[in-house]
Design a protein around this ligand. Structure first.
Ligand code: HEM
Length: 331
């Protein structure tokens, strides 16, 4: 199981670096100021570069994945979302994919039964786990805005309060902390327990999962166990978002582990499968309209076709055609 242990070892080593760097070598400035700037520059530059690179690629064919009746005769009802014929519905389709993982909802599993008979069944767990994981991560990241903004908007305040609905610990327990841990554990176990998944999984599948787990564990430990003082954290982040270079105040080492792992995630992001977050918007199977009968999709790879119309042909051969008693359009 080298492909599991290698990423696990890498994440453990990464978590150890800031611990030694800050606790023993006093490199708080490097880990608290220099590295976050560097990581943000790589994330933004890398993300933009990859998106522009994809945007510039030609789209040779009209290949939307469709699942419903396409627009045809007026008296046949079109499925506007499954088989969009306009930009608006294609955009709505992409959006429902991004927000609700629509196509993953139809995920099926194939199983051999006695006979032998191959049977396909519904498989919703991955959809549910994936959705829970992404939504809870989003809520956690949105909640973190309290470290970056002087005044937190009411909407984010409300989100924070809703997440603290089960007010059973001190500090208040966040529902998304439990949800993200449960779902990310499910996503790792899914790859480990299923023999087919084990074969197709790569270290690049485990590494981001382990990295995210480490970030979450460091965050949760900070909040519920070591109870980090958030005031110097907020001061540092406000300094960074205002492009300042003030040294960080007195913050526990665990915070630097959390921040360093987030920086590693940011640097890794543009070069990894995590780019699916941007790529989904550019996927031709999702963002194209299914209107190939109404509109010609020209392939940008095709060289320009030199063609001759019938009237040009007739102009050239009219006299010969008349002599051969062939019918002509113009006399
Ligand atoms: C991918 C990005 C990040 C993820 C997934 C993440 C995740 C988490 C989680 C799960 C917690 C536990 C408590 C909670 O849910 O609020 C937490 C706490 C915390 N995180 Fe993050 N974090 C991220 C980025 C950051 C960044 C950039 C900072 C820098 C300010 C940060 C600072 C903190 C602090 C100070 C806490 C303790 C909060 C408290 O005591 O209330 N995190 N983080």
């Amino acid at each position: 199981m080298k492909k599991v242990f290698l990423p696990l070892l890498m994440v453990s080593v990464l978590a150890f670096i800031p611990y030694v760097g800050v606790h023993y070598a006093g490199l708080g400035y490097l880990f608290g100021v220099v590295l976050p700037y560097l990581a943000m520059a790589v994330l933004l530059g890398g993300f933009l570069f990859r998106m522009v690179d994809w945007l510039r690629r030609p789209v040779p064919f009209c290949i939307p994945t469709t699942c419903g009746q396409e627009k045809s005769l007026d008296w046949i009802q079109q499925d506007k979302l499954e088989s969009p014929s306009s930009f608006l519905y294609a955009a709505a389709r992409v959006l429902t994919e991004v927000l609700f993982f629509r196509s993953l909802f139809r995920n099926t599993k194939a199983k051999m039964h006695k006979g032998p008979t191959l049977a396909y069944g519904s498989s919703k767990w991955l959809w549910l786990g994936g959705l829970g994981f992404h939504w809870s991560l989003l809520v956690i990241v949105l909640r973190h805005s309290r470290f970056f903004l002087v005044m937190v908007p009411d909407s984010l305040q409300l989100l924070d309060e809703a997440d603290r609905f089960f007010d059973i610990t001190l500090p208040a327990f966040y529902l998304t902390d439990a949800l993200v841990l449960a779902t990310v554990t499910f996503l790792v176990l899914r790859r480990l327990r299923d023999s087919k998944m084990q074969v197709i999984s790569l270290p690049a599948d485990f590494f981001p999962l382990f990295l995210i787990i480490a970030i979450i564990i460091a965050g949760i430990s900070m909040r519920y166990v070591t109870k980090v003082d958030v005031m110097p954290v907020k001061a540092l982040m406000l300094n960074l978002v205002n492009f300042g270079f003030e040294p960080p105040g007195e913050i526990g080492t665990l915070f630097y582990v959390h921040l360093f792992l987030v920086c590693m995630l940011a640097i890794y992001f543009p070069f990894s499968k995590l780019m699916h977050s941007g790529a989904i918007f550019l996927s031709p199977t999702r963002n194209q309209c299914n209107n190939s009968r109404a509109k010609r999709h020209s392939n940008p790879w095709n060289s320009a076709i030199k063609f001759r119309t019938y009237s040009e042909y007739e102009d050239d051969y009219r006299e010969k055609m008349k002599k051969a008693k062939l019918p002509v359009d113009k006399q």
